[in-house]
Design a protein around this ligand. Sequence first.
Ligand SMILES: NC(=O)c1ccc[n+]([C@@H]2O[C@H](COP(=O)([O-])OP(=O)(O)OC[C@H]3O[C@@H](n4cnc5c(N)ncnc54)[C@H](OP(=O)(O)O)[C@@H]3O)[C@@H](O)[C@H]2O)c1
Length: 362
Amino acid sequence: MRKPRTPGEGRSLPERRSDGEEEGSDETMGAVRWGILGTGKIAGAFAAALTELPGAEAVAVGSRRAVTAARFADRYRILRRHPSYGALAADPDVDVVYVATPHSLHRDNTLLCLEAGKAVLCEKPLAVNAHQAGEMISVARERGLFLMEAMWTRFLPAFARLRELLAAGELGEPRLVRADFCIRRPREPGSRLFEPELAGGALLDVGIYTVALAAAVFGTRPERVTGLAHLGPTGVDERSGAVLDYGDGRLAVLSSANRTVTPNDALVAGSRGWVRLHDPFWSPQKLTVAIGDQRHEEEHPFRGNGYGYEAAEVGRCLAAGAGESEVMPLDESLAVVETLDRIRQPWGLVYPGEPTSDPMRS
Ligand SMILES: NC(=O)c1ccc[n+]([C@@H]2O[C@H](COP(=O)([O-])OP(=O)(O)OC[C@H]3O[C@@H](n4cnc5c(N)ncnc54)[C@H](OP(=O)(O)O)[C@@H]3O)[C@@H](O)[C@H]2O)c1
């Protein structure tokens, strides 16, 4: 296998500390040169985060239309603007592309960039189904190129603290994860949240955070998956509940919605104690930690809008010549997409282009 591309020469990037902070940034080092693919909401948040991240620079943007590329480039002071995704992928001055398009395009957009020799940070979920995700991972590994799912939550200080508590055995054996990601969005025509063609639905858009949390805590695939969903008028899930059985009595109880608001806390409980990740649990700044009969609250603020942490991780991996991140490994992203497939399979939710009712076999 070819060694993954390393951006620039002789560059060192900030080290990651256990609190998610960085140290050792050097104003003089060469920056990782980012290309941004797509100019929607999250692309803007990510571009804004890059402007505040040492050792990173957004150098190019690609859009389906020249006018939107130019508007985005002007707003975030990006020099190179491309009127197609292909032109961005071919830009020799780009080290890594951030794919920020709707779910149904993640596979094709990522493959376009990998085939042009670019490293890729792809928005969540890595793909619509496990078959697609497996294809992307195979191409990245065959070509020796870096690929990571943009599960930004993983890199925030509160999550680093949760990992620390679990690794140190402070909570005992993990037994139960409870998490809700329920929001209300308007059911507008063409919205990626509700369009089957764009792989809409609450599970793939927000429920994935609950499944990714359970995957991080239990570190394995569920043995059994059960649940129910309400499918809305466009045919995608608008509310659902799932119970995942990880064996040995380990359970995850998860809900997601895109037409109903709830408090969005998460709880990780072990044999000795528990941690509450306060609403919104996917970007928490506060934890309650209870061990035995002792309970305290912890503040874990993050810098800026929080998206700089995942970009910093990509920078570290590229500088180290790593093909993937240890914090968000590709096999875990694949396991999460497989679990999403298993959750929605009994609902009969099949996205356009999935040839059978079992997307894992498509
Ligand atoms: N990490 C997070 O916190 C977070 C938050 C929100 C969303 N996301 C993820 O980010 C991705 C994009 O979400 P978003 O909310 O940014 O979406 P969005 O605002 O709808 O933007 C998506 C962009 O994709 C491009 N695109 C290409 N083909 C498209 C099509 N057929 N329909 C619509 N857009 C198309 C468009 O850019 P051009 O017109 O420039 O080509 C569009 O601006 C999703 O995978 C989502 O799950 C992550």
